[in-house]
Design a protein around this ligand. Structure first.
Ligand code: HEC
Length: 130
């Protein structure tokens, strides 16, 4: 292959590689430390009082595969709209957010430095396997 062709090919390959690594870098998942320990500390009591009576960690482990690949905002939104089943929507948004952080912690996902925020980038966080 003439040199100028291999250079052109190398340029194309490099350009492609950087585009795909950018795409990967932008797509955060639940494994990337998307909640803080402080949110879990704040949410634990609410979670125990308003959620644990009807389902515990095993329940979330069982439903998790069906949620993989979907947005974490979606998961938050369903909980806000439907839970607790005997009084949906009774909690503040912030309490629901702390509850989602608590569920992530119980499933074994790591905490990080940036709080989970339904008005932030939660839409772009993909649910992954723990
Ligand atoms: C009075 C009982 C009760 C309480 C309290 C309750 N749930 Fe539920 N929850 C249910 C029932 C019933 C279902 C649907 C049937 C099922 O999947 O077992 C459900 C389903 C769910 C689902 C699955 C949604 C889906 O579509 O995959 C999640 C997540 C959930 N609950 C979270 C919570 C959280 C978080 C709380 C506390 C804020 C809570 N629940 C409180 C009874 C309850």
């Amino acid at each position: 292959m003439p040199l100028r062709h291999s250079l052109a090919l190398a340029t194309v390959v490099l350009a492609f590689a950087s585009v795909s690594s950018m795409a990967i870098a932008q797509q955060a998942t639940t494994n990337d430390g998307v909640y803080t320990q402080a949110q879990v500390d704040a949410g634990r009591e609410t979670f125990t009082e308003y959620c644990a009576a009807c389902h515990e960690t095993k329940f979330y482990q069982d439903i998790w595969p069906a949620w993989e690949g979907r947005s974490l905002k979606n998961f938050w939104f369903i909980i806000v709209g439907e839970m607790p089943a005997d009084n949906p929507g009774m909690l503040y948004d912030e309490e629901y957010t702390n509850i989602v952080a608590t569920i992530l912690a119980d499933l074994g996902f790591p905490a990080g430095d940036t709080p989970l925020d339904p008005n932030g980038n939660m839409e772009d966080i993909l649910i992954a396997a723990p």
